[in-house]
Ligand binder design. Structure first.
Ligand code: NAD
Length: 439
Protein backbone atom coordinates (compact mmCIF):
# COMPACT_ATOMS: atom_id res chain seq x y z
CA UNK A 1 0.00 0.00 0.00
CA UNK A 2 2.77 2.36 1.07
CA UNK A 3 4.73 1.66 -2.13
CA UNK A 4 1.68 2.29 -4.32
CA UNK A 5 1.18 5.67 -2.68
CA UNK A 6 4.84 6.51 -3.15
CA UNK A 7 4.74 5.65 -6.84
CA UNK A 8 1.52 7.64 -7.29
CA UNK A 9 3.00 10.74 -5.66
CA UNK A 10 6.08 10.61 -7.86
CA UNK A 11 3.94 10.10 -10.96
CA UNK A 12 1.71 13.02 -9.98
CA UNK A 13 4.74 15.25 -9.64
CA UNK A 14 6.07 14.11 -13.03
CA UNK A 15 2.70 14.56 -14.69
CA UNK A 16 2.24 17.97 -13.09
CA UNK A 17 5.79 19.02 -14.08
CA UNK A 18 6.54 19.93 -10.47
CA UNK A 19 9.13 17.14 -10.32
CA UNK A 20 12.72 18.37 -10.39
CA UNK A 21 14.83 16.62 -13.02
CA UNK A 22 18.55 15.84 -12.70
CA UNK A 23 20.48 15.21 -15.91
CA UNK A 24 23.92 13.69 -15.46
CA UNK A 25 26.42 14.16 -18.30
CA UNK A 26 25.83 17.40 -20.19
CA UNK A 27 27.09 16.27 -23.59
CA UNK A 28 25.62 15.66 -27.04
CA UNK A 29 22.80 13.64 -25.45
CA UNK A 30 22.31 15.31 -22.05
CA UNK A 31 22.18 18.91 -23.28
CA UNK A 32 19.33 18.59 -25.83
CA UNK A 33 17.36 16.56 -23.26
CA UNK A 34 17.88 19.28 -20.65
CA UNK A 35 16.65 21.90 -23.14
CA UNK A 36 13.52 19.91 -23.80
CA UNK A 37 12.67 19.45 -20.09
CA UNK A 38 13.17 23.18 -19.49
CA UNK A 39 11.09 24.03 -22.55
CA UNK A 40 8.02 22.22 -21.20
CA UNK A 41 8.41 23.78 -17.75
CA UNK A 42 10.41 21.40 -15.55
CA UNK A 43 13.22 22.71 -13.34
CA UNK A 44 16.46 20.93 -14.24
CA UNK A 45 19.75 20.50 -12.40
CA UNK A 46 22.52 19.42 -14.78
CA UNK A 47 25.45 17.46 -13.35
CA UNK A 48 28.84 17.04 -14.99
CA UNK A 49 32.36 16.35 -13.72
CA UNK A 50 33.86 18.75 -16.27
CA UNK A 51 34.16 22.13 -14.54
CA UNK A 52 34.97 23.92 -17.82
CA UNK A 53 31.72 22.73 -19.40
CA UNK A 54 29.71 23.65 -16.31
CA UNK A 55 31.29 27.12 -16.21
CA UNK A 56 30.59 27.65 -19.91
CA UNK A 57 26.95 26.62 -19.47
CA UNK A 58 26.55 28.79 -16.34
CA UNK A 59 27.79 31.74 -18.39
CA UNK A 60 25.12 30.93 -20.98
CA UNK A 61 27.56 29.58 -23.58
CA UNK A 62 27.20 26.42 -25.62
CA UNK A 63 30.21 24.30 -26.54
CA UNK A 64 28.33 22.29 -29.18
CA UNK A 65 27.86 23.99 -32.54
CA UNK A 66 24.27 22.94 -33.23
CA UNK A 67 23.09 23.97 -29.74
CA UNK A 68 22.75 27.76 -29.60
CA UNK A 69 23.87 29.96 -26.72
CA UNK A 70 20.43 31.57 -26.75
CA UNK A 71 18.79 28.18 -26.05
CA UNK A 72 21.11 27.68 -23.06
CA UNK A 73 20.27 31.19 -21.83
CA UNK A 74 16.54 30.49 -22.16
CA UNK A 75 16.99 27.29 -20.15
CA UNK A 76 18.87 29.19 -17.43
CA UNK A 77 16.02 31.72 -17.25
CA UNK A 78 13.63 28.82 -16.79
CA UNK A 79 15.67 27.49 -13.87
CA UNK A 80 18.39 25.26 -15.39
CA UNK A 81 21.32 24.97 -12.98
CA UNK A 82 24.52 23.29 -14.17
CA UNK A 83 26.76 22.04 -11.37
CA UNK A 84 29.63 19.72 -10.45
CA UNK A 85 28.17 19.31 -6.96
CA UNK A 86 26.63 15.83 -6.91
CA UNK A 87 25.18 16.31 -3.43
CA UNK A 88 22.48 18.36 -5.15
CA UNK A 89 21.08 15.06 -6.44
CA UNK A 90 19.22 15.05 -3.09
CA UNK A 91 17.00 17.79 -4.49
CA UNK A 92 15.79 15.95 -7.57
CA UNK A 93 12.93 13.50 -8.18
CA UNK A 94 14.46 12.00 -11.31
CA UNK A 95 18.00 11.26 -12.42
CA UNK A 96 18.80 10.63 -16.08
CA UNK A 97 22.30 9.31 -16.79
CA UNK A 98 23.80 10.33 -20.15
CA UNK A 99 27.50 9.61 -19.63
CA UNK A 100 29.88 8.06 -22.18
CA UNK A 101 30.15 4.30 -22.76
CA UNK A 102 33.34 3.83 -24.82
CA UNK A 103 35.48 0.73 -25.44
CA UNK A 104 38.78 0.17 -23.65
CA UNK A 105 42.02 -0.52 -25.53
CA UNK A 106 41.09 -4.21 -25.83
CA UNK A 107 37.83 -3.13 -27.49
CA UNK A 108 35.80 -4.29 -24.52
CA UNK A 109 33.00 -2.26 -22.85
CA UNK A 110 34.30 0.46 -20.55
CA UNK A 111 31.53 1.04 -18.03
CA UNK A 112 33.74 3.16 -15.78
CA UNK A 113 31.84 6.41 -16.54
CA UNK A 114 28.47 4.82 -15.75
CA UNK A 115 29.77 3.15 -12.60
CA UNK A 116 31.71 6.20 -11.36
CA UNK A 117 28.74 8.44 -11.82
CA UNK A 118 26.46 5.92 -10.06
CA UNK A 119 28.89 5.69 -7.12
CA UNK A 120 29.00 9.51 -6.85
CA UNK A 121 25.20 9.68 -6.78
CA UNK A 122 24.52 6.78 -4.37
CA UNK A 123 24.85 8.83 -1.12
CA UNK A 124 22.15 11.22 -2.37
CA UNK A 125 19.55 8.76 -3.70
CA UNK A 126 16.30 8.82 -1.77
CA UNK A 127 12.91 7.14 -1.86
CA UNK A 128 10.34 8.36 -4.36
CA UNK A 129 12.83 8.84 -7.12
CA UNK A 130 13.12 7.50 -10.68
CA UNK A 131 16.50 6.77 -12.20
CA UNK A 132 16.96 6.27 -15.94
CA UNK A 133 20.10 5.08 -17.68
CA UNK A 134 20.33 6.35 -21.28
CA UNK A 135 23.94 5.47 -22.15
CA UNK A 136 24.16 2.77 -24.81
CA UNK A 137 25.24 -0.52 -23.25
CA UNK A 138 24.92 -4.34 -23.33
CA UNK A 139 21.76 -6.14 -22.15
CA UNK A 140 21.93 -6.70 -18.42
CA UNK A 141 23.81 -3.54 -17.39
CA UNK A 142 20.89 -1.90 -15.57
CA UNK A 143 19.86 -5.08 -13.76
CA UNK A 144 23.34 -6.46 -13.03
CA UNK A 145 25.36 -3.30 -12.40
CA UNK A 146 23.02 -0.50 -11.32
CA UNK A 147 20.31 -2.32 -9.39
CA UNK A 148 22.60 -4.10 -6.86
CA UNK A 149 24.56 -0.90 -6.22
CA UNK A 150 21.37 1.02 -5.52
CA UNK A 151 19.94 -1.73 -3.32
CA UNK A 152 23.14 -1.87 -1.27
CA UNK A 153 22.18 1.58 -0.01
CA UNK A 154 19.01 0.16 1.50
CA UNK A 155 16.59 1.23 -1.24
CA UNK A 156 14.52 -1.48 -2.90
CA UNK A 157 14.13 -1.08 -6.65
CA UNK A 158 10.46 -1.19 -7.63
CA UNK A 159 9.34 -0.24 -4.13
CA UNK A 160 11.36 2.77 -2.90
CA UNK A 161 13.11 3.81 -6.07
CA UNK A 162 12.28 3.16 -9.71
CA UNK A 163 14.89 2.11 -12.24
CA UNK A 164 14.58 2.10 -16.04
CA UNK A 165 16.73 1.92 -19.17
CA UNK A 166 15.71 4.27 -21.97
CA UNK A 167 18.18 4.58 -24.84
CA UNK A 168 18.94 7.91 -26.45
CA UNK A 169 18.31 8.24 -30.18
CA UNK A 170 19.85 11.65 -30.81
CA UNK A 171 20.95 12.31 -34.42
CA UNK A 172 23.04 15.49 -34.17
CA UNK A 173 22.82 17.74 -37.19
CA UNK A 174 19.62 16.14 -38.54
CA UNK A 175 17.08 18.99 -38.90
CA UNK A 176 14.15 16.61 -39.52
CA UNK A 177 13.90 15.26 -35.97
CA UNK A 178 13.99 16.80 -32.51
CA UNK A 179 14.31 15.26 -29.05
CA UNK A 180 10.53 15.64 -28.81
CA UNK A 181 9.61 13.93 -32.06
CA UNK A 182 11.90 10.89 -31.80
CA UNK A 183 9.96 8.04 -30.14
CA UNK A 184 11.62 6.84 -26.95
CA UNK A 185 11.87 3.19 -25.91
CA UNK A 186 11.70 2.50 -22.17
CA UNK A 187 12.04 -0.70 -20.13
CA UNK A 188 11.74 -0.95 -16.35
CA UNK A 189 13.14 -3.38 -13.76
CA UNK A 190 9.55 -3.92 -12.53
CA UNK A 191 6.13 -2.87 -13.86
CA UNK A 192 6.08 -0.03 -11.34
CA UNK A 193 9.49 1.14 -12.53
CA UNK A 194 8.19 1.19 -16.09
CA UNK A 195 5.19 3.23 -15.01
CA UNK A 196 7.51 5.82 -13.43
CA UNK A 197 9.74 5.78 -16.53
CA UNK A 198 6.79 6.44 -18.83
CA UNK A 199 5.70 9.33 -16.59
CA UNK A 200 9.24 10.70 -16.68
CA UNK A 201 9.29 10.92 -20.48
CA UNK A 202 5.62 11.32 -21.40
CA UNK A 203 5.52 15.12 -21.01
CA UNK A 204 8.63 15.75 -23.09
CA UNK A 205 8.54 13.07 -25.81
CA UNK A 206 5.57 12.67 -28.17
CA UNK A 207 5.68 8.88 -28.12
CA UNK A 208 7.09 6.63 -25.41
CA UNK A 209 7.42 2.97 -26.47
CA UNK A 210 7.30 0.62 -23.48
CA UNK A 211 9.11 -2.73 -23.59
CA UNK A 212 8.91 -5.57 -21.10
CA UNK A 213 12.37 -5.28 -19.47
CA UNK A 214 15.49 -3.16 -19.21
CA UNK A 215 17.34 -5.88 -21.15
CA UNK A 216 14.90 -5.56 -24.08
CA UNK A 217 15.42 -1.78 -24.09
CA UNK A 218 19.21 -2.18 -23.97
CA UNK A 219 19.19 -4.67 -26.85
CA UNK A 220 16.81 -2.49 -28.89
CA UNK A 221 19.42 0.29 -29.03
CA UNK A 222 22.16 -2.16 -29.95
CA UNK A 223 20.03 -3.70 -32.71
CA UNK A 224 19.49 -0.24 -34.22
CA UNK A 225 23.19 0.53 -34.30
CA UNK A 226 24.27 -2.96 -35.38
CA UNK A 227 21.75 -2.73 -38.23
CA UNK A 228 23.51 0.44 -39.40
CA UNK A 229 27.00 -0.93 -38.96
CA UNK A 230 26.25 -4.15 -40.87
CA UNK A 231 24.52 -2.35 -43.74
CA UNK A 232 27.30 0.22 -44.03
CA UNK A 233 29.79 -2.69 -44.06
CA UNK A 234 27.80 -4.33 -46.86
CA UNK A 235 27.67 -1.20 -48.98
CA UNK A 236 31.38 -0.54 -48.40
CA UNK A 237 32.14 -4.03 -49.70
CA UNK A 238 29.81 -3.44 -52.66
CA UNK A 239 31.67 -0.20 -53.38
CA UNK A 240 35.01 -2.01 -53.71
CA UNK A 241 33.53 -4.72 -55.95
CA UNK A 242 31.70 -2.17 -58.13
CA UNK A 243 34.86 -0.09 -58.45
CA UNK A 244 36.83 -3.10 -59.73
CA UNK A 245 34.04 -3.72 -62.26
CA UNK A 246 34.09 -0.10 -63.39
CA UNK A 247 30.55 0.53 -62.07
CA UNK A 248 29.58 3.62 -60.09
CA UNK A 249 28.17 2.38 -56.76
CA UNK A 250 26.35 5.68 -56.16
CA UNK A 251 24.46 5.36 -59.42
CA UNK A 252 23.52 1.81 -58.38
CA UNK A 253 22.34 2.88 -54.90
CA UNK A 254 20.24 5.67 -56.36
CA UNK A 255 18.65 3.25 -58.81
CA UNK A 256 18.01 0.59 -56.13
CA UNK A 257 16.47 3.21 -53.83
CA UNK A 258 13.63 3.72 -56.33
CA UNK A 259 12.28 0.33 -55.20
CA UNK A 260 9.36 1.37 -53.02
CA UNK A 261 9.63 -1.56 -50.57
CA UNK A 262 12.23 -3.88 -49.08
CA UNK A 263 15.30 -1.74 -49.77
CA UNK A 264 16.86 0.93 -47.54
CA UNK A 265 19.74 2.93 -49.03
CA UNK A 266 23.01 3.10 -47.09
CA UNK A 267 26.01 5.00 -48.40
CA UNK A 268 29.67 3.99 -48.53
CA UNK A 269 32.39 6.17 -47.07
CA UNK A 270 35.96 6.27 -45.76
CA UNK A 271 35.00 4.26 -42.64
CA UNK A 272 32.65 4.77 -39.72
CA UNK A 273 32.92 7.32 -36.96
CA UNK A 274 31.17 8.94 -34.03
CA UNK A 275 30.42 7.76 -30.55
CA UNK A 276 27.96 5.04 -31.60
CA UNK A 277 28.39 2.94 -34.73
CA UNK A 278 32.09 1.96 -34.37
CA UNK A 279 31.65 1.18 -30.67
CA UNK A 280 28.21 -0.01 -29.61
CA UNK A 281 28.05 -3.28 -31.61
CA UNK A 282 31.07 -4.56 -29.66
CA UNK A 283 29.15 -4.19 -26.39
CA UNK A 284 26.98 -7.04 -27.65
CA UNK A 285 29.93 -9.04 -28.96
CA UNK A 286 31.45 -8.95 -25.48
CA UNK A 287 28.27 -9.90 -23.65
CA UNK A 288 27.39 -12.64 -26.17
CA UNK A 289 30.63 -14.45 -25.24
CA UNK A 290 29.22 -15.01 -21.77
CA UNK A 291 26.54 -17.10 -23.49
CA UNK A 292 29.02 -18.94 -25.71
CA UNK A 293 27.85 -17.02 -28.78
CA UNK A 294 29.86 -15.34 -31.54
CA UNK A 295 28.48 -12.26 -33.26
CA UNK A 296 29.90 -12.94 -36.73
CA UNK A 297 27.96 -10.25 -38.62
CA UNK A 298 29.20 -7.61 -36.18
CA UNK A 299 32.81 -8.73 -36.47
CA UNK A 300 32.69 -8.92 -40.28
CA UNK A 301 31.09 -5.48 -40.63
CA UNK A 302 33.66 -4.08 -38.18
CA UNK A 303 36.48 -5.65 -40.22
CA UNK A 304 35.23 -4.20 -43.52
CA UNK A 305 34.41 -0.78 -42.11
CA UNK A 306 37.73 -0.43 -40.30
CA UNK A 307 39.65 -1.41 -43.45
CA UNK A 308 38.14 1.53 -45.38
CA UNK A 309 40.83 4.11 -44.50
CA UNK A 310 43.48 1.73 -45.94
CA UNK A 311 41.39 1.31 -49.08
CA UNK A 312 41.18 5.08 -49.48
CA UNK A 313 44.94 5.45 -48.95
CA UNK A 314 45.63 2.82 -51.62
CA UNK A 315 43.33 4.59 -54.11
CA UNK A 316 44.98 7.90 -53.33
CA UNK A 317 48.43 6.37 -53.69
CA UNK A 318 47.56 4.89 -57.13
CA UNK A 319 46.14 8.21 -58.29
CA UNK A 320 49.33 10.05 -57.29
CA UNK A 321 51.41 7.30 -58.90
CA UNK A 322 49.64 7.86 -62.21
CA UNK A 323 50.77 11.47 -61.95
CA UNK A 324 54.38 10.41 -61.26
CA UNK A 325 54.07 11.35 -57.60
CA UNK A 326 54.23 9.46 -54.33
CA UNK A 327 52.44 10.00 -51.04
CA UNK A 328 55.84 10.70 -49.52
CA UNK A 329 56.47 14.38 -50.10
CA UNK A 330 53.01 15.20 -51.50
CA UNK A 331 50.79 17.80 -49.90
CA UNK A 332 47.29 16.55 -49.11
CA UNK A 333 44.28 18.60 -48.06
CA UNK A 334 41.57 16.61 -46.23
CA UNK A 335 38.10 18.12 -46.57
CA UNK A 336 35.94 17.46 -43.50
CA UNK A 337 37.38 16.06 -40.30
CA UNK A 338 34.07 15.72 -38.41
CA UNK A 339 32.85 12.12 -38.53
CA UNK A 340 29.72 13.04 -40.50
CA UNK A 341 28.38 15.93 -42.47
CA UNK A 342 27.23 19.22 -40.95
CA UNK A 343 28.41 18.49 -37.38
CA UNK A 344 31.48 19.53 -35.36
CA UNK A 345 32.00 16.15 -33.65
CA UNK A 346 35.34 14.46 -34.50
CA UNK A 347 35.04 11.44 -32.18
CA UNK A 348 36.30 8.26 -33.91
CA UNK A 349 36.37 10.18 -37.19
CA UNK A 350 37.85 8.16 -40.08
CA UNK A 351 39.19 11.47 -41.49
CA UNK A 352 41.59 11.68 -38.56
CA UNK A 353 42.79 8.11 -39.18
CA UNK A 354 43.32 9.01 -42.84
CA UNK A 355 45.34 12.07 -41.87
CA UNK A 356 47.52 9.97 -39.58
CA UNK A 357 48.09 7.22 -42.12
CA UNK A 358 49.05 9.73 -44.80
CA UNK A 359 51.32 11.67 -42.43
CA UNK A 360 53.05 8.41 -41.44
CA UNK A 361 53.66 7.75 -45.14
CA UNK A 362 55.35 11.12 -45.49
CA UNK A 363 52.57 13.37 -46.79
CA UNK A 364 52.39 17.02 -45.73
CA UNK A 365 48.91 17.28 -44.23
CA UNK A 366 46.37 20.09 -44.05
CA UNK A 367 42.64 20.09 -43.52
CA UNK A 368 39.60 22.24 -44.12
CA UNK A 369 36.43 21.94 -42.06
CA UNK A 370 33.94 24.81 -41.69
CA UNK A 371 32.70 23.22 -38.44
CA UNK A 372 36.10 22.60 -36.82
CA UNK A 373 38.26 25.77 -36.98
CA UNK A 374 41.29 24.25 -35.28
CA UNK A 375 42.31 20.64 -34.74
CA UNK A 376 40.63 19.68 -31.45
CA UNK A 377 42.09 18.04 -28.37
CA UNK A 378 41.62 14.30 -28.79
CA UNK A 379 42.79 11.54 -26.47
CA UNK A 380 44.84 9.62 -29.03
CA UNK A 381 45.41 12.00 -31.95
CA UNK A 382 47.12 15.31 -32.46
CA UNK A 383 47.82 17.70 -35.34
CA UNK A 384 48.98 21.26 -34.83
CA UNK A 385 46.71 22.56 -37.59
CA UNK A 386 43.93 25.05 -38.26
CA UNK A 387 41.29 24.78 -40.94
CA UNK A 388 42.49 26.05 -44.35
CA UNK A 389 40.16 28.46 -46.15
CA UNK A 390 39.11 27.06 -49.53
CA UNK A 391 39.82 29.32 -52.47
CA UNK A 392 40.85 28.64 -56.06
CA UNK A 393 44.44 29.54 -55.11
CA UNK A 394 44.60 27.46 -51.94
CA UNK A 395 43.19 24.38 -53.71
CA UNK A 396 45.79 24.58 -56.48
CA UNK A 397 48.61 24.39 -53.96
CA UNK A 398 47.89 20.80 -53.00
CA UNK A 399 48.97 17.70 -54.86
CA UNK A 400 45.77 16.02 -53.73
CA UNK A 401 42.46 17.05 -52.16
CA UNK A 402 40.70 14.25 -50.28
CA UNK A 403 36.96 14.67 -49.70
CA UNK A 404 36.36 12.68 -46.50
CA UNK A 405 33.22 14.33 -45.03
CA UNK A 406 30.74 16.03 -47.33
CA UNK A 407 29.60 19.10 -45.38
CA UNK A 408 26.94 21.17 -47.14
CA UNK A 409 29.04 24.29 -46.57
CA UNK A 410 31.74 23.22 -49.04
CA UNK A 411 31.69 24.88 -52.45
CA UNK A 412 31.76 21.71 -54.55
CA UNK A 413 31.79 23.49 -57.87
CA UNK A 414 34.94 25.37 -56.91
CA UNK A 415 36.57 22.26 -55.45
CA UNK A 416 35.80 20.13 -58.52
CA UNK A 417 37.09 22.82 -60.85
CA UNK A 418 40.29 23.79 -59.01
CA UNK A 419 41.66 20.71 -57.21
CA UNK A 420 44.50 19.25 -59.32
CA UNK A 421 43.59 15.77 -58.04
CA UNK A 422 40.40 15.11 -56.08
CA UNK A 423 39.83 11.82 -54.26
CA UNK A 424 36.12 11.58 -53.47
CA UNK A 425 35.03 9.20 -50.67
CA UNK A 426 31.43 10.42 -50.62
CA UNK A 427 30.14 10.15 -54.16
CA UNK A 428 29.72 13.94 -54.45
CA UNK A 429 31.28 14.11 -57.90
CA UNK A 430 29.33 11.81 -60.14
CA UNK A 431 30.41 13.10 -63.55
CA UNK A 432 33.68 11.48 -64.62
CA UNK A 433 36.55 13.99 -64.90
CA UNK A 434 40.31 13.78 -65.40
CA UNK A 435 41.08 15.11 -61.94
CA UNK A 436 38.52 13.04 -60.00
CA UNK A 437 39.06 9.61 -58.47
CA UNK A 438 36.47 7.76 -56.39
CA UNK A 439 37.52 5.95 -53.23
N1 NAD B 1 26.19 11.52 -29.41
C1 NAD B 1 25.17 10.86 -29.91
O1 NAD B 1 24.70 11.17 -30.98
C2 NAD B 1 24.54 9.67 -29.19
C3 NAD B 1 23.37 9.11 -29.74
C4 NAD B 1 22.75 8.06 -29.09
C5 NAD B 1 23.31 7.55 -27.91
N2 NAD B 1 24.45 8.09 -27.39
C6 NAD B 1 24.95 7.53 -26.14
O2 NAD B 1 24.74 8.46 -25.09
C7 NAD B 1 25.81 8.39 -24.14
C8 NAD B 1 26.44 9.77 -23.96
O3 NAD B 1 27.02 10.18 -25.20
P1 NAD B 1 27.34 11.69 -25.54
O4 NAD B 1 27.57 11.72 -27.00
O5 NAD B 1 26.34 12.60 -24.94
O6 NAD B 1 28.72 11.87 -24.75
P2 NAD B 1 29.48 13.23 -24.44
O7 NAD B 1 30.91 12.87 -24.26
O8 NAD B 1 29.07 14.29 -25.42
O9 NAD B 1 28.88 13.68 -23.04
C9 NAD B 1 29.07 12.98 -21.86
C10 NAD B 1 29.21 13.97 -20.72
O10 NAD B 1 29.34 13.23 -19.52
C11 NAD B 1 30.30 13.87 -18.69
N3 NAD B 1 30.80 12.89 -17.73
C12 NAD B 1 31.78 11.97 -17.87
N4 NAD B 1 31.91 11.24 -16.75
C13 NAD B 1 30.98 11.71 -15.89
C14 NAD B 1 30.62 11.35 -14.56
N5 NAD B 1 31.24 10.37 -13.91
N6 NAD B 1 29.62 12.05 -13.98
C15 NAD B 1 29.00 13.05 -14.64
N7 NAD B 1 29.28 13.43 -15.89
C16 NAD B 1 30.26 12.76 -16.51
C17 NAD B 1 31.33 14.38 -19.67
O11 NAD B 1 32.08 15.45 -19.10
C18 NAD B 1 30.44 14.86 -20.83
O12 NAD B 1 30.07 16.21 -20.69
C19 NAD B 1 26.75 7.34 -24.67
O13 NAD B 1 26.48 6.10 -24.07
C20 NAD B 1 26.43 7.27 -26.15
O14 NAD B 1 26.73 6.01 -26.71
C21 NAD B 1 25.08 9.17 -28.01
Amino acid sequence: MHELKMNAELIDKLNGKTARIGIVGLGYVGLPLMLRYCEVGYKVIGFDIDQTKVDALKAGNSYIEHISASSINDAIKRGFEPTTDFSRAREVDALILCVPTPLNKYREPDLSFVLNTTESLLPYLHPEMVLSLESTTYPGTTEEELKPRIEKCGLTVGRDIFLVFSPEREDPGNPNFTTRSIPKVCGGCTPRCLEAGIALYRQVIDRVVPVSSTQAAELTKLLENIHRSVNIGLVNEMKMVADRMGIDIHEVIRAAATKPFGFVPYYPGPGIGGHCIPIDPFYLTWKAREYGMHTRFIELAGEINSSMPDYVVSKLSLALNQRNKSINGSSVLVLGIAYKKNVDDVRESPSVLLMERLRDLGAKMAYSDPHVPSFPKMRAHWFDLSSVAITADSLKQFDCVLLATDHDKFDYELIGAQAPLLVDCRGKFLKPAENIVRA
